[in-house]
Design a protein around this ligand. Structure first.
Ligand SMILES: [Zn+2]
Length: 319
């Protein structure tokens, strides 16, 4: 398929889906019919740090989504003290997204250390997650505490997420959800909770697309060069169908660093990957390599639709 046919195919396939939500769109979202992506990873922010050009308000986010053909986006809180410059609470995300739920899909988050002092039983954790879910949350995350990924407190959190059936998006590097090269801790987590959908994100997760890496490599944002065989991601995705990848942030670079590997990975994992950007700062984030994945690799339309929107719709019960 040449580039023009590819673009036409993906555009016409997406219009049918996007039109379904456009009837409820308001204000900045009036251009929704041309939009085709589900972005699984964005943040709303507040003026507690940096300058005002960095703030992502709801109005800004909807206009930015329209400019980038993004029909719907998952809006992720950040509640762990190591996760962001200040907490972005679940309550803030639920409130801000409330008038725009046709386009903004809220997630919820709990720092697992809360379990020590305030949520001592499984039913306590399940109870709060149920309330978040009833208020509109469709997933859990961004899970980003400075704890081992299989820390006992995290395991108790995963147990509750599994019971409430909230897919969990985690950030993995040497400062959050820490693990060893080859991700043996994540393997234990996935084995313990086969019913819970886990969505991998972050430097350490995407560095693990390659084999032969060191602990220090789990903290490198954009590793370059060919992907060495034996990576943990393919191995874990083969063993655990509940494992998915979030292509935001370092995800696109993990595909583009070795284009041959990247294209084949996108094709063979097209049912386990989600398009995303990790947009949180208009002042510094101008270009997104994520859009290049579809343009450069000329993927078949069904793979573009799966990665670009359908996998997310299925996981978050939006179809
Ligand atoms: Zn993020």
């Amino acid at each position: 398929m040449n580039r023009r046919d590819f673009l036409l195919t993906t555009a016409s396939a997406s219009v049918t889906w996007a039109t379904g939500i456009s009837g409820r769109a308001e204000g900045p979202s009036s251009g929704a019919p041309r939009n085709k992506y589900f972005d699984c990873h964005v943040h709303l922010t507040q003026p507690w740090y940096g300058d005002e050009r960095s703030i992502v308000t709801v109005d800004h986010l909807l206009r930015w989504m329209d400019a980038h053909e993004i029909a719907q986006a998952a809006v992720l809180p950040l509640v762990s003290p190591e996760a962001f410059w200040y907490p972005v609470t679940t309550e803030f995300v639920l409130r801000e997204t409330h008038p725009h739920r046709d386009r903004l899909v809220p997630f919820c988050a709990i720092d697992p250390r809360t379990i020590v002092t305030h949520l001592p039983t499984k039913q306590d954790v399940v109870g709060i997650l149920n309330r978040y879910r009833d208020a509109g949350a469709r997933g859990f995350g961004e899970h980003k505490p400075m704890l081992p990924i299989n820390d006992p407190l995290c395991m108790r959190l995963y147990e509750a997420c599994s019971e409430v059936r909230l897919p969990l998006l985690f950030h993995l590097d040497n400062f959050a959800n820490m693990d060893a090269p080859g991700l043996p801790g994540l393997d234990k987590v996935l084995t313990a909770f086969p019913e819970l959908v886990f969505i991998g994100h972050g430097k350490g997760w995407w560095a693990s697309i390659a084999g032969g890496i060191t602990q220090a490599d789990l903290q490198v944002g954009y590793p370059r060069g060919p992907v060495a065989p034996g990576g943990a991601i393919d191995r874990l995705m083969d063993a655990h169908p509940n494992l998915y990848g979030d292509l935001s942030s370092s995800g696109a670079h993990a595909m583009l660093r070795d284009p041959k590997f990247g294209r084949e990975f996108l094709l063979r994992r097209s049912d386990q990957l989600l398009f995303g950007t990790d947009y949180y700062d208009p002042a510094t984030q101008k270009e997104f390599a994520q859009f290049d994945l579809f343009r450069q690799f000329e993927l078949p339309a069904d793979a573009v639709q799966a990665i670009g929107q359908k996998n997310a719709q299925r996981l978050f019960n939006l179809a």
